[in-house]
Ligand binder design. Structure first.
Ligand code: LAC
Ligand code: ZN
Length: 363
């Protein structure tokens, strides 16, 4: 599918669907976000586990270079080993090397059927156990695997009045998972039900629901997608977008939560995210009733430092999907290896010697 940079993600999804195919990138902002930005930031979203980030979904790219020339790479070839893969330089470059003006996107067969499952778990360790079990039995059918703590769910229920708690009103940590199969494979429902029963019998999950209709599925996804809006409605949060290897996720949350509690004892952690990708949004809010602005003014820097330290100590990343921008420039310089940083600076200097492209960002 060839698109121009101003095409919204939703319009690209729609065009693929009209051709009986799937463009799998999806995220809360898909109605309005435009592909130029989506590709420049290597956006991830909710189906990375199965289909990868934007980087993996692009076959060709057209870029206007800082010197005005056009890199015309609008090719749809799947294989082309003729030197450096130049498009990858611009995907995720945050506009610092050139302006992406068009792209050829990779499409997939449309899934024949899907199942959406909501599982109540007691902690992140249990959620990771579910992930291992689900991938072992249902493998590539797993499209999304999201984890939400009861604190994050509680914010949505409290601040977004039209939302309702699943599991008969109990506010628990939960896993939201989405599975899909292609035509011809009709066993998904029975496989999901068998796994669901197994997880309940083994005590790995406390409760579970399989969506019976589209509106239930949409309501569950809304609970997940509206967490950032709920945090804003609660007065805002100190946000982190960290990743580690999946086996280290529980350790990361435990050490980061302990570090944050030590700094600001009554603060609240809203933790949720794409644990199938090893990526958590570890956000911290002021104590209930405390002034959120004052809280951020006084504590944001120390809290972020502590959370990032915990991720880096485990070999993780301080920005799994949200990029570097202006806010994390300093952090990039402090933590990237000198060799990697040197290569980045030299690429920038060679492509954009006058520093015209998105100045002040990333480097
Ligand atoms: C999300 C955004 C914050 O996962 O990345 O909701
Ligand atoms: Zn995210």
């Amino acid at each position: 599918l060839t698109v121009e940079a101003g095409c919204t993600l939703r319009d690209a999804q729609r065009a693929a669907a009209e051709a009986g195919l799937l463009f799998p990138l999806s995220m809360g902002s898909e109605e309005t976000c435009q592909l130029g930005g989506v590709l420049s930031t290597n956006a991830g979203g909710l189906a990375v586990l199965r289909y990868g980030t934007a980087r993996e979904l692009v076959l060709g790219l057209e870029v206007v270079l800082p010197d005005g020339r056009i890199l015309d790479g609008l090719s749809a070839l799947r294989k082309n080993n003729t030197g450096y893969d130049l498009k990858q330089l611009f995907l995720g470059a945050e506009g610092t090397l050139g302006v992406i003006t068009a792209a050829v996107l990779k499409l997939f067969p449309r899934p024949h059927s899907h199942e959406t499952v909501l599982l109540a778990v007691t902690n992140l360790r249990a959620a990771c156990e579910v992930l291992v079990a689900v991938r072992a039995t249902l493998g590539d059918c797993v499209t999304s695997f999201e984890f939400v703590t009861h604190e994050a769910l509680g914010l949505v229920l409290r601040h977004l009045p039209d939302s309702r708690a699943p599991f008969g009103g109990a506010v628990t940590h939960f896993v939201l998972l989405e599975l899909s199969v292609r035509a011809g494979d009709t066993h998904l429902r029975s496989a999901v039900e068998a796994l669901h029963k197994q997880l309940l019998d083994d005590g790995v999950v406390q409760d579970g629901l399989v969506a019976t209709n589209e509106s239930q599925r949409a309501a569950w996804w809304r609970l997940r997608e509206r967490i950032p809006a709920a945090e804003r409605a609660a007065g805002g949060s100190v946000k982190h977008d960290v990743s580690v290897e999946i086996g280290d996720l529980a350790q990361l949350t435990e050490s980061a939560a302990a570090a944050v509690k030590q700094l600001v004892p009554n603060s609240r952690c809203s933790i949720y995210g794409h644990i199938g990708d090893g990526n958590l949004h570890f956000n911290v809010l002021a104590a209930d009733g405390a002034d959120p602005l004052l809280f951020r003014e006084q504590h944001a820097a120390a809290i972020s430092d502590a959370v990032h330290r915990c991720a880096l100590a485990l070999g993780g990343s301080f920005s799994a999907e949200h990029g570097v921008g202006q806010l994390k420039r300093g952090l990039l310089r402090q933590t990237k290896s000198p060799v990697a940083l040197d290569l980045m600076m030299r690429l920038k200097a060679s492509l954009d010697p006058k520093g015209l492209m998105n100045p002040g960002k990333m480097l």
